[in-house]
Design a protein around this ligand. Structure first.
Ligand SMILES: Nc1ncnc2c1ncn2[C@@H]1O[C@H](COP(=O)(O)OP(=O)(O)OP(=O)(O)O)[C@@H](O)[C@H]1O
Ligand SMILES: [Mg+2]
Length: 399
């Protein structure tokens, strides 16, 4: 039996010792982290990788708001709240925050251990039910949608948009999402997700003649957000070693096994990644408000047009958007003669913190403006984009 990993978040030393002492002799329980505040807990989440969190309601940063953040970002973790007294209001708070149980201090070691086992079991059952919800038939006839995130300009945020879009899709639906790094030479998707890739697309290419969904599954790296990742092994000579036919086959196999295939692209057109364009349902074209980027994207649109790429599939994403920029959103639309499908605000401090931690911003700061823009983008995509991004006077009119 695998040990249940536990993270304890409590600043009161007496309470914390009561909890950790009770866990110390239990063969199937493993204390993987201790924190004294909500902020500290979030910092060590990845490392502690808990199945169960025991959270003091009175910790700095407030236990219930930590619990809310955890259920939004790490829904597979069972949470137990530790309270001073049991009141109806406390119970309601715990339920709304997504906790599985509430313990009133002081409690006995046996009560604590019992609560941990039960909460863990309940969470496991919930996960099984969630998986079983997908009928076998749908599994068989699955044809996932392909969202290709592209720009001919480097550094505009393709990797940032594709990783957060993939995680946001997984959070908003109970469906299967795979993120593919097709930036074969310089891809850094794995880094953005703090993954050390055991396998990469090169391993898949080596097996291309036997490739089916089952084999593919072995090469995908699970991320704790629930998505799977097909990593690039980012070497300049990679493009000599792979051909477009292989990329096409890889995308087809992924499409058969997943509901959504999100592809992070290199910053240029290349024959190799041509199948990603041809097979995509939506082409998310990322731009920023800079003149040089707009010029570049304008040429990119002209080139796509010359290839007869279907115009209706092109969705313009304005990343690092700033309302105070000299170039306004309506200027971007006018320059590119295309409506904005989505705007993702510039938030340098939070984005850099998310990159440094290797946790996608939609998981790390789910309530931040930039994360909400991804939720909106996701709903837009899932709702087939009925709701257009409103800009300029239209936006003011509709406020
Ligand atoms: N909305 C945003 N707000 C602030 N910074 C951002 C935002 N989006 C991306 N960045 C930053 O911009 C930089 C480039 O982002 P990213 O690597 O995603 O771009 P890219 O288009 O994939 O680049 P490349 O062409 O090299 O693959 C990163 O340092 C990232 O932190
Ligand atoms: Mg990139």
């Amino acid at each position: 039996m695998e040990r249940i990993r536990i993270l304890v978040v409590e600043d009161d030393l007496e309470k914390r010792s009561a909890i950790t002492d009770a866990l110390s002799d239990m063969e199937y329980l493993q204390l993987t982290g201790k924190a004294a505040s909500a902020a500290e807990a979030l910092k060590i989440m990845e490392e502690a990788d808990p199945d169960v969190m025991i959270i003091g309601a009175l910790i700095p940063g407030e236990g219930y708001s930590l619990a809310e953040q955890i259920s939004a970002s790490f829904s597979q973790i069972a949470m137990i709240m530790v309270e001073e007294e049991l009141k109806e209001e406390t119970m309601r708070k715990a339920i709304f925050a997504g906790a599985k149980d509430v313990l009133v201090y002081p409690f006995s070691p046996a009560q604590l251990v019992d609560s941990i086992y039960r909460s863990h079991q309940l969470e496991k059952k919930r996960q099984v039910i969630r998986q079983e919800k997908t009928p076998a038939l749908r599994e068989k006839n699955r044809r996932g949608q392909i969202f290709t995130v592209f720009s001919t300009k480097g550094g505009v945020g393709k990797t940032f948009v594709s990783t957060n879009l993939a995680v946001s899709l997984a959070k908003s639906t109970a469906e299967k999402v795979v993120l593919v790094d097709l930036d074969l030479e310089f891809g850094n998707t794995a880094l953005a997700l703090n993954i050390v890739p055991r396998y990469t697309i090169a391993d898949v290419v080596n097996e291309i003649h036997n490739l089916d969904q089952e084999l593919m599954e072995n090469y995908l790296i699970p991320h704790r957000s629930g998505i799977r990742v097909l990593a690039a092994n980012a070497q300049p000579q990679m493009t000599d070693f792979i051909n477009a036919g292989q990329i096409e086959q890889i995308i087809k196999v992924l499409q058969a096994g997943f509901d959504y295939v999100v592809i992070d692209m290199p910053a240029r057109f290349h024959d190799l990644v041509d199948p990603a364009f041809r097979q995509s349902d939506l082409l998310m074209l990322v731009t920023t408000q800079e003149v040089s980027t707009l010029r570049n994207i304008k040429s990119c649109l002209t080139f796509l047009d010359s290839l007869n790429f279907p115009q209706h599939k092109i969705k313009l994403i304005l990343n690092k958007a700033e309302t105070r920029s000299e170039i306004k959103f309506k200027d971007v639309q006018a320059a590119l003669q295309q409506d904005l499908y989505s705007t993702v605000p510039a938030e340098y401090r939070l984005v850099s913190s998310s990159l440094n931690k290797g946790i996608p911003i939609v998981q790390l700061y789910p309530r931040a403006r930039v994360s909400r823009s991804f939720q909106k983008l996701t709903h837009h995509i899932l709702g087939n984009g009925q709701e257009k991004e409103r800009t300029g006077f239209l936006k003011r009119l509709c406020k």
